[in-house]
Design a protein around this ligand. Structure first.
Ligand code: KET
Length: 409
């Protein structure tokens, strides 16, 4: 029975806010003057302002001044220059895989879109539809891959007792994975833990995975943000490409170029031969066309302009290093502030962890307390975006952490 007063959706349940982006929604509703958003991984300046990189401004100016530019559709795979430069950025300009035309690269909607297109491709064309993701991992990973049609399992990654890598657990779990299973790896600056394998451990992971035919799928959302060097942060990926084996890489320019809202990223699939790569690319087009047809032009043009021009590229590396260094200095300041307050516990993991986030070890109740009493917003797993912190706000955060730890141990 239907009547015109009743919506066909009247039975619909209200969905919860996203665990990460919902933190910003709650923050925006708070009118307290000293509120602080340390939820989403977005870089802010010492003044607490979003940053548009100088090289991005310059590239945009160049684009605006070029009257030959038009707004025609891009090809399904995106901007050719952007794809070429993106592959070079992650695999290295001298990568044999690139020179041998064994890499299929498609422009996608930032890191998330690249993961989703890669996931859909695998669900359609790969024989083992299980993907292993680290525990814990970025909260969107299980949703992206499940909706893509893969079956998601986890492998041990982080040990809360040592606040470090559970290397033995990782090796055991990947060792027990079925032959051919897909393995999601964070290329660097693991989110949310800030804990990365050492080069030696990467080598062991690589050998184990290759011996079992496990398929590596790298998520590279923070290249340059971990060490401040684009090459150092791509080392894990390059080790897996150097052995001649196959590998997936999803790149995002949201963080390292500050292009969050432009939604610009790339999916690369390194194949054994050029012939396979070109057939893979032809099938990627069949995934993309019915999903969003073809990608947007503006962000990709900015990235290509910067990556093609050696002056802009060099300037970018300097600006990127400055962002990475500011985060490292926030780590030092926060640790010192907690030590100065005599906050119970060992907090040295704050300076040992890498990348945008500190995985504090604070529990959900302590986080809720800090939000209620101090108007500090962060994800309930105790993750703090260090990029949202400044010298001015460190004392406020340290006060809140101290109170949370001492009043609700
Ligand atoms: N991978 C990882 C590991 C990641 O942390 C993010 C974003 C992405 C991919 C996707 O980013 P994109 O904007 O699609 O290029 N992480 C931050 C923002 C978010 O959750 O969307 C975050 O963890 O705060």
């Amino acid at each position: 029975m239907s009547d015109h007063q009743t919506s066909v959706f009247s039975q619909i349940a209200r969905a919860p806010e996203d665990p990460i982006l919902g933190v910003t929604v709650a923050y925006n509703k708070d009118s307290h003057p000293s509120k602080l958003n340390l939820g989403v991984g977005a870089y802010r300046t010492e003044e607490g302002k979003p940053l548009v990189l100088n090289v991005v401004r310059q590239a945009e100016q160049k684009l605006v001044n070029d009257p030959s530019r038009v707004k025609e559709y891009l090809p399904i795979v995106g901007l050719a220059d952007f794809n070429k430069c993106s592959a070079k950025l992650i695999f290295g300009a001298d990568s044999p895989a690139i020179h041998e035309n064994r890499v299929a690269t498609v422009q996608c909607l930032s890191g998330t879109g690249s993961l989703r297109v890669g996931g859909e491709f695998l669900a359609k064309h790969y024989y083992e539809r299980t993907i292993y993701i680290p525990s814990p991992t970025w909260g969107n990973h299980p949703k992206v891959f499940t909706l893509a049609g893969l079956s998601v399992k986890t492998y041990r990654y982080y040990d809360p007792a040592t606040r470090g890598l559970d290397f033995q657990g990782l090796v055991e779990d990947l060792g027990n994975a079925p032959q051919g299973a897909i393995v999601l790896l964070h290329a660097c600056a693991h989110n949310p833990t800030g804990v990365d394998p050492t080069v030696d451990q990467w080598e062991q992971i690589r050998k184990l995975m290759r011996s079992k035919g496990l398929l590596p799928f790298f998520d590279s959302a923070y290249q340059g943000f971990a060490s401040g060097s684009l090459d150092t942060d791509a080392q894990s990926v390059r080790m897996f490409v150097a052995d001649g084996g196959e590998c997936f890489a999803a790149q995002s320019y949201a963080k390292n170029m500050g292009l969050y809202a432009e939604r610009v990223g790339a999916l690369s699939i390194v194949c054994k031969t050029a012939d396979v790569a070109s057939r893979v690319e032809s099938q990627l087009k069949l995934v993309i066309r019915p999903m969003y047809s073809n990608p947007p032009l503006h962000g990709a043009s900015i990235v290509a302009t910067i990556l093609k021009d050696s002056n802009l590229y060099n300037e970018w590396t300097v600006e990127l290093k400055a962002m990475a260094d500011r985060i490292i200095s926030m780590r030092k300041q926060l640790l010192e502030a907690l030590q100065a307050r005599g906050t119970p516990g060992d907090w040295t993991h704050i300076i040992k962890q890498i990348g945008m986030f500190t995985f504090t070890g604070l529990n959900a109740d302590q986080v809720a307390f800090m939000t209620k009493e101090y108007h500090i917003y962060m994800t309930s797993d105790g993750r703090i975006s260090m990029a949202g912190l400044s010298s001015k706000t460190v004392p406020h955060l340290a006060d809140a952490m101290h109170a949370a730890v001492t009043s609700m141990p």
